[in-house]
Design a protein around this ligand. Structure first.
Ligand SMILES: Cc1ncc(COP(=O)(O)O)c(C=O)c1O
Length: 375
């Protein structure tokens, strides 16, 4: 049977990963500065992670959510402790789209409303509700068009209030730093005003931290810099370092009712073992600090390259904006210098999303390669 053709593929077949590197079937070594779309948070095949998953699968890989699973409580406690946020409860699922889909559902149940506000250039996933609040008409099927969703621009508090005033808005969903959209981030004033307006008009504020979360920006959650308290926070990607796991953190003021949410695989034993190992490594290796420090290093290195016009993002969620479209540059980095990088909706932006325990010397390799390609 042929595979359903959904992505253009690089002619590379990785078969092994170690730390910040992957190896293809011919034994070539690649520096992974993209982490398979921000998924690899603690490095490929981290020994603590491998041990934790291996041990768990040899004991119990899965049982359903109809029995007690203390690993879920352990994960929730560790997440609360490391993130420093309090009075949320956790629903575990399997992916970023699913986390956002459940977040929208909770918001709609809670408010009894059905419209959602989203932002220009947003990406929240590909399933039915969340693709309708994603700013890309090409990936919406007619079936997805039936949701009531309204797009506005970052920093436009007036438009936001005009929509919220109508009284039918269940939620405002936003990425604190946009990933796929090209690393834009609104001001603290705008996020604070958005939170205030959501409260005033009884709408739920959902921070999509699927890409920016779990330490990537140097804060545990990217919204923490803006001193807001979202009602719901969605997480996935780096949460499992490659094991599919997602989560929805829900303010305790939003009451859980039986039947609101459910899942077969979400929060299974193996996923929890992966998630706990990730948090333990983030804590033990002080990875938030590493992310923040390396951003300063990257800024300094990038200032040596005149073709880089702007550095966007924070921590290890980085966008290098060039004065030309970067498709060819990315290909040369990959095929001539064996370095994985990413793209975004902004065709001039090179997206860097490496494992959080990457080191300066890895960035030195990138900048050395950039100098060769650009000269
Ligand atoms: C901010 C954001 N939200 C949601 C998603 C969807 O996550 P998933 O692909 O795990 O469904 C993505 C994926 O790129 C994302 O970047």
């Amino acid at each position: 049977m042929e595979l359903f053709d959904v992505y253009p593929l690089y002619d590379i077949t990785p078969v092994k990963g170690k730390g910040a590197f992957v190896y293809d079937k011919e034994g070539n070594k690649y520096l992974d500065l993209y982490g398979g779309h921000a998924v690899i948070s603690i490095g490929h095949s981290h020994p603590a992670y491998v041990n934790s998953i291996s041990k768990q699968v040899s004991e119990l890989g899965f049982y359903s959510n109809s029995v007690k699973n203390p690993l879920q409580n352990k994960l929730a406690d560790k997440l609360e402790k490391l993130s420093g946020i309090e009075d949320y409860s956790l629903f575990l699922c399997n992916s970023g789209a699913e986390a956002n889909e459940n977040a929208l559902k909770v918001a709609s149940f809670h408010t009894g409303k059905d419209r959602v506000i989203y932002f220009k250039n947003a990406f929240h996933g590909r399933t039915s509700g969340v693709v309708s609040v994603t700013d890309n008409e090409k990936i919406k099927a007619p079936f997805n068009q039936n949701h009531r969703a309204t797009k506005i621009a970052f920093e436009d508090s007036e438009a936001l209030e005009n929509e919220l005033k109508k009284g039918d808005v269940a939620a405002v969903i936003f990425e604190v730093i946009q990933g796929v959209g090209g690393l834009d981030e609104a001001s603290s004033e705008f996020y604070q005003k958005t939170a205030e307006l959501c409260e005033k008009y009884n709408s739920v504020l959902i921070a999509d931290e699927v890409q920016s979360g779990y330490g990537r920006t140097g804060d545990f959650f990217a919204f923490q810099k803006h001193e807001i308290r979202p009602d719901i926070i969605s997480v996935a990607k780096g949460m499992g370092n490659g094991f599919p796991i997602g989560g929805v953190l829900i303010d305790k003021a939003i009451e859980a009712k039986r039947g609101m949410l459910g899942t077969t695989f979400g929060g299974n034993h193996l996923a929890c073992a992966a998630g706990i190992a990730v948090l333990e490594v983030i804590e033990k290796e002080n990875l938030l600090k590493n992310a923040a420090e390396l951003f300063e290093y990257v800024k300094q290195k990038a200032s040596d390259i005149p073709q880089i016009k702007k550095i966007k993002g924070r921590g290890l969620m980085i966008g290098l904006e060039f004065d030309f479209e970067i498709a060819q540059l990315r290909k040369e980095l990959l095929y001539k210098h064996q370095i994985f990088t990413g793209a975004s909706a902004n065709k001039k932006l090179l997206r860097i999303l490496p494992p959080l325990n990457i080191k300066k010397e890895h960035f030195d390799e990138l900048f050395k390669a950039l100098k060769i390609v650009l000269n």
